[in-house]
Design a protein around this ligand. Structure first.
Ligand SMILES: Nc1nc2c(ncn2[C@@H]2O[C@H](COP(=O)(O)OP(=O)(O)OP(=O)(O)O)[C@@H](O)[C@H]2O)c(=O)[nH]1
Ligand SMILES: [Mg+2]
Length: 395
């Protein structure tokens, strides 16, 4: 008894092949459906496999009588058409009990394959995001959102959209807004002075931002504003802030050492809000932490804003976060948003530090180019939504 395996599109075709090749006497050992090879195979109709047993036709009578019996036929290997591997080597002299064993082997193989395919399919379902979410994640990556963050947000969005049957784009938008959190502009303390200190790397726009905020509080809010600068490393730095203070007609004090801070603050006791400017320092400067600690202790600042340029690289961000990790409490303030079309850095830093964002600035003009952190604007930019024409530009 021999065994042969046939693959066809359907049972009729398979049986046709069996009958054509093996004749009407062949009998069917097993039939089953087989998923086609590759991922696309999951979505196509399975093939039909038929295993048939047959008696080989008797050999023609030998022309010359031979003394020895003919050698046994080599075993016909059954091969998995997808892997090319030999799966069974039937014994061609098998009796009915061997065929039964073969049948049960085929059945168990079939069950194992079905389980494996099922598992692969479930894993693929769990891992694969819908194409819409993939496109949104692509937009985040283009916006230079750190790759693990973008994928994490994508997975969350896909999961929520699936569970709630919601639009993935809307879910993603809401998630981004949640990650950006509530804006945290300066909170004026009722009936007492609020002291705000700006710290951060060199040239990010600390002094310019103080000038913008001082102008807004003095002019728009009618607040009594004071300015203290501790950046005495450069003459130009003091002059820069003095010029702004003169234009705004607000008092300015220059502090050369932390010990002078108390006197400077006393001078500005009557103010509603006092801004303290600091010298920019490289994150790798070893004097940064001790000097800043001394300054914070001397000023008793109510709010510390870590000023960062939106154009910083992710590696730069990590370095900055590590450098300022000693600060107990601070807000993030982003400048130079006009200098880069990609705003992923903002979300990256928010996710790395979990600190609230106060303001964002996008230009050198004092006081116009500043606004309270606008999660909607950032989300739109991250998802690649262009602002409506005539919507008022930055503001
Ligand atoms: N394009 C752009 N330029 C800005 C922005 N904010 C500040 N600048 C410019 O950045 C440069 C540095 O600004 P500063 O305010 O002096 O920066 P700083 O952090 O005080 O610098 P140091 O005191 O030297 O550490 C200036 O030319 C500013 O006009 C902004 O939002 N967008
Ligand atoms: Mg400065």
């Amino acid at each position: 008894m021999n065994v042969k395996r046939y693959l066809a599109e359907d049972v009729t075709e398979a049986m046709g092949k069996v009958r054509a090749e093996l004749g009407l006497d062949a009998f069917i050992l097993n039939t089953r459906k087989i998923r086609r090879h590759g991922v696309s195979g999951w979505f196509r109709r399975p093939l039909v496999e038929v295993v048939a047993a047959y008696e080989p036709a008797p050999a023609p009578p030998p022309a010359v009588r031979r003394a020895d019996p003919p050698p046994p036929l080599a075993p016909l290997p059954l091969t998995d058409i997808r892997t090319g591997e030999r799966v069974l080597t039937p014994n061609l002299t098998a009796g009915p009990e061997k065929i039964g064993a073969l049948e049960s082997k085929i059945d168990s193989l079939s069950a194992t394959l079905d389980t494996l395919v099922g598992r692969i399919r479930a894993e693929a379902d769990a891992a694969g995001d819908p194409p819409e979410v993939e496109a949104l994640v692509g937009a985040l990556l283009e916006g230079e959102v750190h790759e693990p963050f973008a994928h994490r947000i994508g997975r969350e969005a896909a999961d929520i959209a699936r569970r709630r049957a919601a639009d993935p784009a809307e879910v993603m938008e809401q998630l981004l807004k949640q990650y950006l959190g509530e804006a945290a502009p300066i909170q004026l303390k009722p009936y007492r002075r609020t002291v705000v200190i700006m710290v951060g790397p060199t040239g990010v726009g600390k002094t310019t931002t103080i000038a913008k905020l001082a102008a807004i509080y003095a002019i728009n809010h009618g607040a009594r504003v004071g300015i203290i600068t501790t950046d005495t490393y450069r003459i130009a730095a003091v002059e820069q802030l003095r010029t702004y203070a003169e234009i705004l007609s607000v008092p300015i004090a220059v502090v050369y050492a932390p010990e002078e801070m108390e006197a400077a603050l006393r001078e500005q006791e009557g103010c509603d809000i006092v801004f303290i400017d600091t010298a920019g320092k490289s994150p790798n400067d070893p004097t940064l932490e001790p000097e800043l600690r001394a300054l914070l202790a001397a000023s008793g600042a109510d709010e510390v804003h870590l000023v960062l340029s939106a154009a910083t690289s992710f590696t730069g961000c990590l370095n900055i976060v590590r450098t300022y990790a000693f600060l107990e409490n601070f807000k993030l303030l982003f400048t130079k948003m006009d200098e880069t079309p990609v705003w992923g850095m903002l979300l990256n830093l928010k996710m790395l530090t979990d600190r609230a964002v106060s303001y964002m600035t996008a230009g050198q003009t004092v006081p116009d180019d500043i606004e309270v952190m606008n999660a909607r604007k950032i989300t739109d930019r991250l998802l690649g939504v262009r602002p409506l024409a005539g919507s008022g530009g930055w503001r």
